[in-house]
Design a binder for this molecule. Structure first.
Ligand code: UD1
Ligand code: UDP
Length: 383
């Protein structure tokens, strides 16, 4: 009796946002007939990655465990490529799936390409138009686009970016963003906050300004300015709670903690579990961030976002009116927050904008596209 090996699909990811956006797709791939799914994590992030896998019940099949404190971009790249080289020698997938624009993602794509393994790029086609911002993500995503076999574009805008770069239309599928699938799954479950101070805040009903920042191009002077701006906002609006879940990067903490220390209406917890963070986003009056994923999630929750960046590769939410690009100047951050809090009409128009990133079916559409690429279409077996 012959047994035919099923095509092996290997999602590879390593950071918190990749884990969040890959989780719904891993769930779909694991239940898709006609293929096997083998999850490899690099461990570029450690605690922040493990948190997300636990939440979605994903136990990786292989862990490269490359994390080291203060890691450099090239260190991440080298250790990921070396680890995958060895892994592909003993467990060669028929397709690799990478997500977005991190160093893990591009290293995974390069390692697979060099082995002649087709690369599926989830969240393909995002472009800020500035190679140095966000750094190094814009360069990472452009490199991955060059070597991917299948591009899963979240929106028509990202598809058009790929078409302009002469990627054939037949290799692009518009799916929506899997982050919306993850968000819908997370908000369905009512979770308590681990930190009692956050539970108390939830009970109080006080307005919340939620803040996250971690981008490399903002680290240093700009991030210290963000810290000073937050201190001024906390003083100017004492009834409002300013909640700043701190990224694990010590560089971020050095910039933010000193100006915020001792402020009675500021909370700076450790990174929150995704479920808790989604609950906090939904409770917030306003979000101030330089994050990529939060720009996509907040419009689905009706919470306006002020984006502390000079440009964005996610122009859809800006056009829809849900996100406003404000840069990183300290005075501007203070005035933009205060203006929006006092302008009910502008606030309502941002809060009521539509979400341009999908309806929660992106993972299913992505899995189907991968099955078609492998010749095991979802609507009927190929053999
Ligand atoms: C990475 C991604 C960025 C993404 C971000 C999400 C790259 C180049 N950048 O940036 O695109 O937006 O993740 O958060 O891939 N650390 C820990 N524990 C953790 C995670 C991080 O201690 O679980 C600390 C370490 O000191 C580490 C530092 O944070 O050296 C920076 O982490 P790293 O993955 O190198 O880059 P991020 O800035 O997090
Ligand atoms: N997030 C989280 N806990 C936190 C802060 C953020 O789960 O304390 C989630 C957030 O909802 C979003 C993702 O992490 O889905 C964004 O990650 P990050 O800002 O680190 O990376 P980016 O999206 O900028 O690449």
């Amino acid at each position: 009796m012959w047994s035919i090996a099923l095509p092996l699909v290997m999602p590879i990811y390593g950071t918190r946002p990749e884990a969040i956006k890959m989780a719904p797709l891993v769930v779909e791939l694991r239940r898709a007939p006609g293929l096997e799914c083998f999850v490899t994590v690099t461990g570029q992030h450690r605690s922040m990655l493990d948190q997300v896998n636990r939440l979605f019940g994903i136990v990786p099949d292989h862990d490269l465990n490359i994390f080291s404190p203060g890691q450099s971009l090239n260190g991440i790249l080298i250790r990921t490529i070396e680890g995958l080289d060895k892994l592909f020698g003993v467990n060669r997938p028929d397709a690799v799936v990478v997500q977005g624009d991190t160093t893990t993602s591009t290293a995974g794509a390069i390692a697979a390409f060099n082995h002649g393994i087709p690369v599926v790029h989830v969240e393909g086609g995002l472009r800020s138009g500035d190679l140095r911002s966000p750094f190094p993500e814009e360069a990472n995503r452009r490199m991955t686009s060059q070597i991917a076999t299948l591009h899963l574009a979240p929106t028509a805008t990202s598809r058009d970016n790929l078409l302009k770069e002469n990627i054939p239309a037949a290799k692009i599928v518009v799916t929506g963003n899997t982050v919306i699938d993850a968000l819908f799954a997370a908000v369905r479950v009512k979770v308590p906050f681990t930190d009692p101070a956050l539970e108390k805040l939830a009970e109080s009903g006080r307005p919340i300004l939620l803040v996250t920042t971690h981008r490399r191009e903002n680290q240093g002077g700009a991030m210290r300015g963000i810290g000073r701006a937050l201190a001024r906002i906390a003083d100017a609006v004492p009834d409002m709670a300013v909640v700043v879940p701190l990224h694990r990067n010590p560089v971020v903490r050095e910039a933010l903690v000193p100006p915020l220390q001792g402020k009675r209406n500021v909370l700076a917890p450790e990174p929150l579990d995704y479920g808790e963070f989604c609950r906090l986003m939904a409770m917030s009056r306003l979000i101030l961030t330089d994050s990529g994923g939060i720009q996509e999630e907040a419009p689905s929750l009706g919470v306006p976002v002020l984006l502390m960046r000079e440009n964005t590769e996610r122009p859809e939410a800006v056009s829809a009116g849900a996100v406003r690009l404000i840069g990183t100047d300290e005075d501007r951050i203070v005035s933009e927050v205060q203006d929006l809090l006092h302008d009910a009409k502008a606030y309502r128009s941002m809060a009521e904008s539509r979400n341009p990133y999908g309806d929660g079916t992106a993972a299913q559409l992505s899995a189907s596209a991968i099955q078609r690429m492998l010749g095991t279409p979802p609507d009927g077996p190929a053999n």
